[in-house]
Design a protein around this ligand. Structure first.
Ligand SMILES: NC(=O)c1ccc[n+]([C@@H]2O[C@H](COP(=O)([O-])OP(=O)(O)OC[C@H]3O[C@@H](n4cnc5c(N)ncnc54)[C@H](O)[C@@H]3O)[C@@H](O)[C@H]2O)c1
Length: 255
């Protein structure tokens, strides 16, 4: 247990499902109250399920992380309902697979807007709250190993580029906001089982086998494999750690 997390308030974007929901679940186990933000309307249902399961306060708010106005409304309402959040997990993200020779400006912009700009805008809304309420904070951006390696066989240039951007965003904000007491780190997962990856592996089971063969530990990550690292980065147990992107991939990138 990371006792210092008990009673803190975390915002988790992309929290309606997948890795976001799983990390939110991990935080509730540490006594954290959680606010799930997601484009999906069923984020409200996800929140009430997690609230009954965990006994912690959990709120779900439909928000598009590319909208500054929606983010401001959501943070204002969280601030007045349960207080200014001290933890932020940025997990909202999408991927589009396409050959770059055929790719459109629209699909490129969509991925960059959500994965990179959305992460920046959410960090900004969070840090403004920390400053206005004179408290410190910890941000964990969900990057990807794809920010530093190129996956095969799929082509996902916009995704890889967006995650490389998230890694540099993480470092830049860490330096800028260190004087505010806000730590900014990233977790960069390898292949994990989630709705995002299932859309591809369900349609093409051979792909899952191909990926597994490239992972020294011989399996894809389970969403709960992220819990230990994410809670450590949120906790004051990692109080001297900032500006880092930590890859968690069953050994994939070590080869
Ligand atoms: N699954 C993996 O193998 C893997 C690996 C590395 C990194 N990641 C990253 O982890 C994060 C979570 O991915 P996942 O696998 O759980 O995918 P997922 O598709 O299951 O979940 C992503 C969530 O983000 C939400 N979202 C998308 N656009 C949004 C927007 N504009 N505003 C608010 N919410 C939005 C979706 O509705 C969804 O609930 C993503 O950033 C992804 O890039 C995943």
């Amino acid at each position: 247990m990371f006792e210092d997390l008990r009673g803190q308030v975390a915002i988790v974007t992309g929290g309606a499902r997948g890795l976001g929901y799983s990390m939110a679940t991990g935080l509730t186990a540490q006594g954290v109250d959680v606010v799930l933000l997601d484009l999906l309307e069923n984020v409200v249902q996800s929140a009430s399920t997690l609230e009954s399961k965990s006994g912690q306060r959990v709120i779900g708010i439909p928000v598009d992380v590319t909208s500054e106005a929606e983010l401001k409304l959501a943070f204002d309402s969280v601030n007045s309902e349960i207080g200014s959040p001290t933890l932020l997990i940025n997990a909202a993200g999408i991927t589009i697979w396409e050959e770059s020779l055929l790719g459109s400006k629209e699909s490129w912009s969509k991925v960059i807007d959500i994965n990179l700009t959305g992460t920046y805008l959410t960090c900004q809304a969070f840090a403004r709250g920390c400053k206005a309420n004179s408290h410190s904070g910890s941000i964990v951006n969900i990057s990807s190993m794809s920010g530093s390696i190129v996956n095969i066989p799929q082509n996902q240039t916009s995704y890889n580029t967006s995650k490389a951007g998230v890694d540099m965003l993480t470092k830049s904000l860490a330096i800028e906001w260190a004087p505010l007491g806000i730590r900014v780190n990233a977790v960069a997962p390898g292949y994990f089982l989630s709705d995002m990856t299932r859309q591809f592996t369900d349609a093409n089971p051979e792909l899952a086998a191909q990926w597994r063969n490239l992972i020294p530990m011989g399996r894809m990550g389970e969403p709960s494999d992220l819990d230990g690292l994410v809670t450590l980065l949120c906790s004051s147990a990692s109080s001297y750690l900032t500006g880092q992107s930590i890859i968690i991939d069953g050994g994939y990138t070590a080869i």
